[in-house]
Design a protein around this ligand. Structure first.
Ligand SMILES: Cc1cc2nc3c(=O)[nH]c(=O)nc-3n(C[C@H](O)[C@H](O)[C@H](O)COP(=O)(O)OP(=O)(O)OC[C@H]3O[C@@H](n4cnc5c(N)ncnc54)[C@H](O)[C@@H]3O)c2cc1C
Length: 347
């Protein structure tokens, strides 16, 4: 083990580090080096070190949106900043500055317990706070962009601290500036959230939420959280028993001409109009119609109930998962002429 030679903050660079526990697909790969940091001082030591300068690096949170296809021949940086600070509060809202190492769902639970609304529909999404803005996490009609005030981090090219206001983050459907232009160049250290105190505006119009709420005595953010957690656990495989990274592909966003052509061939094709006026197709529906629901090839497969979720049935390699993804992509393309794009970051 190589230990940073500084008595103030000992950064440990662990060589030959097994990553199986650090990716929810459960892929058995290793990193050349692995280092975590728990403070900004430690982060600066880490990025000033010659190991950082000499090697390619990858920031890894909970590993729930990555697919490792081989050993990582570089340095994994694992943020462990675990602080939640109230930075402003009025009768209507609260502003929280949250460290990137906090587990996302712990933050949601904390906010709901305190009666602060805005995160409840994003309950039970795996991963850490630092990665949440990267793909503008979304679920059940909510997206994180609607509660983010600022994103703070370090530009890894010049080691300077930068703050992005919400409008500068270029948030889109499962996308942001951090997943496009700044991918791998910017390390998010903190996310600043603007959450609402009472009265809350619940988002209930998605899927079966409204129907389930009819049986509830009250409509609160706490009830919403329970409803969402229950729906998710009934639909999605548990990463502890079946390795996966949630939706492998994004829902394709297409223009109206393509929708009209597809509707001529398949009248029942589901189409969703987005608030931005785009048209979104259901990747799960396209995959199912292409005959890829519940399929299996070796140790890789698609989930029986949700074909958008690719699964590691045992000791699948990242390559096996990737081959299955390519197979599905090809099938969907042959049938619909639509190119599926991965939501997962393939490493
Ligand atoms: C069962 C399951 C269900 C899921 N459901 C949803 C869902 O409903 N909606 C949704 O949007 N997503 C969903 N996901 C995907 C995933 O949970 C989110 O994308 C999550 O935000 C990833 O967080 P993470 O910490 O695991 O990121 P990681 O997988 O560790 O990293 C993802 C990407 O972000 C980068 N990154 C991580 N941390 C930082 C940082 N601090 N600074 C800069 N870059 C960073 C990494 O380099 C990588 O490119 C699901 C995943 C699973 C396994």
């Amino acid at each position: 083990m190589y230990i940073y030679d500084n008595l103030k903050n000992m950064i440990e660079f662990t060589p030959n580090f097994p990553l199986r526990q650090y990716n929810t697909f459960g892929i058995d790969v290793k990193a050349k080096y692995f280092a975590g940091f728990s403070s900004l001082a430690e982060l600066h030591e880490l990025i000033d070190d010659k190991l950082f300068m000499k090697h390619p690096s990858l920031i890894l949170g909970g590993g729930s949106n990555v697919l490792f296809t081989k050993d990582f021949d570089g340095l994994i940086i694992h943020p462990k900043l675990e602080e939640i600070n109230r930075i402003e509060e009025t009768n209507e809202e609260i502003i929280l500055k949250v460290g990137s190492g906090i587990i996302w769902d712990n933050l949601v639970e904390y906010a709901v317990l305190h009666g602060w609304g805005g995160l409840e529909n994003l309950s039970a999404i795996p991963g850490n706070v630092g990665a949440a803005p990267i793909q503008n996490i979304g679920a059940y009609g909510a997206e994180i962009k609607d509660v983010i005030d600022k994103v703070i981090g370090i530009d890894l090219s010049n080691k300077k601290t930068c703050t992005f206001k919400n409008t500068e983050c270029e948030f889109g459907y499962r996308s942001s500036i951090f997943k496009t232009r700044l991918k791998s160049k910017f390390l998010i250290t903190h996310v600043v959230f603007r959450l609402k105190k009472f009265p809350h505006s619940l988002i209930t119009g998605y899927g079966e939420i409204e129907r389930i709420l009819e049986h509830e005595k009250e409509r609160t953010i706490s009830v919403m959280r329970t409803v969402i957690c229950n729906i998710r656990s009934s639909k999605l495989p548990d990463v502890k028993t079946k390795g996966n990274a949630g939706s492998y592909f994004k829902n394709p966003v297409v223009d109206i001409e393509i929708i009209e052509q597809l509707k001529k061939r398949m009248k029942d094709i589901p189409v969703y109009e987005t608030p931005e006026g785009d048209y979104k197709l259901s990747a799960a529906w396209l995959i199912e119609k292409s005959g890829c629901k519940g399929i299996r090839s070796g140790n890789a497969g698609t989930h029986d109930h949700q074909p958008l979720v690719l699964i590691n049935h045992g000791n699948a390699t990242g390559k096996e998962i990737l081959e299955l993804a390519d197979f599905i992509k090809e099938k969907v393309y042959q049938l619909f002429g639509i190119v599926l794009e991965p939501e997962v970051n393939v490493i």
